[in-house]
Design a protein around this ligand. Structure first.
Ligand code: URA
Length: 435
């Protein structure tokens, strides 16, 4: 078997065999297939797609590219959640501690930023000391001890996804149903959680731009999960505007911590987190109904239990929790500018993809695999779609590392906002559930 033939087959819209898929995944993981050939295949897959059988074979090959974790001896029942990638999506930092503080174990493998979307692992790494490269033993013992653990892909856990993910981030090969489904589900299946909630984003700042595409991705991932014995549910959620007010690694950690401390939160972020937590609590049979799950989630927040649980997890992974107690300890970007609304009106659109790409240009994401991230930079959105605003109101704040990127971001973010003279409806938070 050789890699050039495999690339040509997919280029010519042919179906790959299970042996070809396994050959690619195992040899790319071991380093015997170079990045340039893997990128060519990823692009051919993005352009020509894969059928369900190929996607499921690719998922299983990736899931078994490293160790697999059997959680059954470490948690009676465990859950996981995963988003398909969005802008300002810090929900894991909030939902995971809410759910685990309600007595449901959460074992999660997350990713870094991908294209214009942010990644939980980058956000967590902005906390000094935080370790996300846990060994199998560390992962399992932390789950057993505190009921909450989060890790990135590593050379032990889903290494094929770790490599493919970093490659796709910088080769324009992210928005492919086959590559997203296999990436997400391989991470999920490498760990034997009992129930998985998928947050499939839809809209301008999502990889799925239409509800139809989001639904088909959700169904595909749910069916792979169910086939492998998992309880699956997917929510389709809005990603036309950024989620919450903050976009950027440290900024998003601060926003998540602020909500966990019971401070006023962006309404869309609050609704999203309570809803996802309630879904998970219900899937774990901790809550009998969705409404009961919502009450439990709200109580975990207002009692401070969820915040304590986040700190417990961060401390267990060597993160310095004094930064969470006092978020003013985080470093600030050297250039911070508040930009004002140019006219009176109603916010009609905040293009989430534009905001996400601007965040990457500010230094919050990568252009090349080895690019370092500036955790301090980002964007603060002061309004949501539907809000009434007046000329001179703060519209957004840019956090930049130099004046040049600040000026660039200012222009791009003004263009990303559309203001209408007539009232505009708020955006829905969810577009449905796929079970
Ligand atoms: N999240 C993942 O883990 N993989 C993707 O491809 C997209 C979002």
């Amino acid at each position: 078997m050789n890699m050039v033939e495999i690339i040509c087959k997919k280029r010519d819209k042919e179906k790959l065999s299970q042996q070809e898929i396994e050959y690619f995944i195992s040899n790319y993981t071991s380093g015997d297939i170079p990045d340039y050939q893997a990128s060519a295949l990823a692009m051919a897959i993005l352009l020509n797609g894969m059928d369900e059988e190929e996607i499921s074979q690719m998922t299983m090959a990736m899931a078994h590219s490293g160790e697999t974790l059997n959680l059954s001896e470490h948690a009676a029942f465990s859950v996981d959640k995963h988003s398909t990638g969005g802008v300002g999506d810090k929900t894991t930092l909030i939902v995971q501690p809410i759910v685990s503080s309600c007595g449901v174990a959460v074992a999660k493998m997350s990713g870094r930023g991908l294209g214009f979307s942010g990644g939980t692992i980058d956000k967590l790494e902005s906390i000094p000391g935080m370790r996300i490269d846990l060994s199998k033993e560390e992962f399992l013992s932390q789950l057993q001890r505190i009921g909450s653990v989060i890790s990135g892909q590593s050379k032990h856990l889903a290494p094929a996804d770790g490599k493919m993910y970093a490659l796709r981030d910088v080769t324009g090969t992210v928005p492919s149903q086959a590559l997203i489904a296999s990436s997400i589900m391989s991470k999920k299946l490498a760990v034997s959680t009992n129930a998985i909630l998928l947050d499939v984003k839809v809209g301008k700042g999502a990889f799925m731009k239409t509800i139809e595409d989001a639904k088909s991705l959700a169904k595909l991932m749910c069916s792979i999960g169910r086939y492998n014995g998992r309880i699956m549910r997917a929510e389709l959620s809005d990603m036309n505007q950024p989620l919450g007010y903050m976009v950027g690694n440290i900024l998003e950690v601060k926003e998540a911590v602020s909500m966990l401390k019971g401070e006023p939160a962006a309404p869309d972020l609050y609704e999203h987190c309570i809803d996802s937590s309630a879904q998970l609590l219900q899937m774990a049979s901790k809550a009998k109904t969705f409404e009961e799950g919502k009450k439990m989630a709200e109580d975990a927040l207002t009692s401070g239990r969820a915040f304590e649980k986040l700190k417990e997890m961060i401390a267990a992974q060597s993160g310095d929790v004094s930064y969470l107690d006092d978020t003013s300890k985080f470093p600030e970007a050297p250039f911070v500018e508040v930009c004002e609304a140019p006219e009176d009106g109603f916010v009609a659109a905040i293009d989430a993809q534009e905001v996400g790409e601007t965040g990457v240009e500010l230094g919050g994401g990568r252009h090349q695999k080895t690019d370092p991230i500036d955790y301090r930079v980002g964007i603060e959105i002061h309004h949501k779609v539907g809000d009434q605003i007046y000329e001179g109101d703060p519209l957004f704040t840019v956090h930049a590392h130099d004046e040049e990127t600040l000026a660039y971001a200012r222009l791009r973010l003004h263009a990303a906002h559309r203001i209408s003279p007539a009232p505009v409806n708020k955006l829905p938070q969810f577009y449905g559930i796929v079970e």
